[in-house]
Design a binder for this molecule. Structure first.
Ligand code: 2RA
Length: 457
């Protein structure tokens, strides 16, 4: 309160006081500007020294003070000082803090705003009342000119280009690996923090890979990019990690059951089209009276025998299962399966963990599930496991098999929390536990997790 009284004559005294308070909160550990020191400087009215000192604190590893004559900083002047780049390389820069971030208002860009994950991201930002000062919805040339709804307004979609990230604080990327590889560095060079949903940077040592319920502290060491894990890994770890904390997981066998929306809106369209064609007959190939006409197929109890057209999957997904997600590697595993091991190791800081996974695309619209058998270093009981899982953040225990209660995609879809059930001692492992975990992969597996990361900044 002393600070408030001292600066009451200043037009923007309220903003200045808030800047200092927020800066103290945001810059943690040794980078913190001590409250007593900031107060002392404020009492002497030395705003320039406060800002220079804060800037030095913010740019750990690159202690380059900016020249300038800032005695009583206006909003714009403060923005200028704080956003001045010290950029030996986008990936090596220290975390940056802008005046709008300090004021709790973020200039946001969403790349892939019209896709399945991007659409969900906008809804989550809105639902969680994230402090958005401005929003840029960014899409491909095909989406430019469309608009997306946000807080009761219609936001035009801009075509992705190099200038999209000017004056952006946080850029969410959910447009695939190629777009991220090309544009995340550009966003960082524009001084935005990139929260990337793709796999492009996940395994880079300098890029934190974060599930806030598990390794929120890793966010602090970001250098401009924070990666969102693969959705299947996230769903598995939401249940595995609370057990790992106590019993220390050694190895895991997992099988995933992944919804078509994991492939984006085109996956959803493909399942819809193939299902409709199987029931009513493919419109494009239907002639009245033919064996695949609606009349001919409607009364069949099995789907039409004419193979449906496939566009994004190598085989029909309707009425089928595809043990194939992402591309195959020489080892025989797919990239999706390898991510489950690599990302789990990084997120849980468990480099010796071994995960053997089989990832399967299933003909459902939304929510991924994983059947997990895990071997732990320490013995555990079902009762202990249930108690731990029932208290884990972001997770619900639904485990009453005798009443037919267990997690299912239909019941978890649209929910923030993942659900775990079918908890039992594994009969093939020593100290083993089997369970089944489901989660909305567009929420906890993508949009929700990304916004939770942004909330940590
Ligand atoms: C999928 N996990 O479901 C992927 C999406 N990142 O295809």
């Amino acid at each position: 309160m002393d600070v408030l009284h001292l600066r009451r004559d200043q037009k923007d005294w309220r903003a200045q006081t808030r800047v200092i308070a927020l800066k103290n909160r945001l810059n943690s550990g040794e980078r913190r500007l001590p409250a007593c020191r900031s107060r002392q400087l404020a009492e002497t009215g030395n705003w320039r020294r406060i800002e220079l000192r804060a800037q030095k604190c913010c740019r750990q590893g690159c202690r380059q003070l900016q020249a300038g004559s800032l005695c009583s900083p206006s909003h714009d002047a403060l923005r200028g000082v704080l956003s001045s780049p010290c950029r030996p390389c986008f990936a090596q820069r220290g975390p940056k803090v802008t005046i709008d971030m300090l004021m709790g208002n973020y200039h946001i860009a969403v790349v892939g705003a019209t896709g399945a994950a991007g659409t969900e991201l906008l809804r989550v930002l809105e639902r969680r009342n994230f402090p958005v000062a401005s929003l840029r919805a960014i899409g491909s040339a095909r989406s430019a000119g469309k608009s997306v709804p946000f807080r009761g307004e219609s936001v035009p979609v801009e075509k992705l280009d190099d200038r999209c990230f000017d004056k952006t604080d946080i850029a969410f990327f959910s447009a695939g690996g190629d777009v991220s590889r090309n544009y995340v560095p550009i966003a960082c060079q524009s001084d935005a923090i990139a929260i990337d949903k793709s796999s492009a940077f996940r395994m880079e040592p300098h890029v934190p890979l974060v599930i806030p319920e598990i390794n929120a502290d890793d966010v602090r060491r970001h250098r401009g990019i924070i990666a969102n894990p693969n959705c299947t890994t996230t769903v598995m770890l939401m249940a595995l990690y609370p057990l790992h904390r106590i019993f220390h997981v050694r190895r895991v066998f997992a099988a995933s059951y992944q919804a078509v929306s994991g492939s984006g809106t085109r996956g959803v369209e493909e399942l819809t089209r193939q299902t409709r064609d199987a029931v009513h007959g493919p419109k494009s190939r239907t002639k009245p009276g033919s064996s695949t006409s609606p009349e001919a197929t409607a009364d069949k109890t099995i789907p039409a025998s004419v193979p449906p057209k496939t566009r994004i999957y190598p085989h029909p997904i309707a009425f089928n299962l595809l043990p194939h997600i992402d591309s195959f590697l020489d080892s025989g595993y797919t990239k999706e399966e390898v991510k489950m091991q690599d990302e789990a190791r990084k997120i849980m800081h468990s480099p010796a963990l071994r995960v053997s996974a089989t990832c399967v695309r299933v003909p459902i619209y939304r929510a991924h599930s994983v059947a997990v058998s895990a071997e732990f270093q320490r013995p555990l009981s079902v009762e202990q496991a249930r108690e731990i899982l029932s208290k884990a953040p972001g997770l619900e225990l639904i485990d009453e098999p005798h009443s037919n209660r267990y997690p299912m995609p239909l019941t978890v879809a649209g929910k923030d929390n993942c659900q775990v059930g079918r908890v039992r001692l594994d009969c093939a492992f020593e100290n083993g536990l089997s369970f089944w975990v489901s989660g909305d992969q567009l929420l906890k597996g993508a949009a929700l997790n990304a916004v939770q990361i942004a909330e940590l900044l």
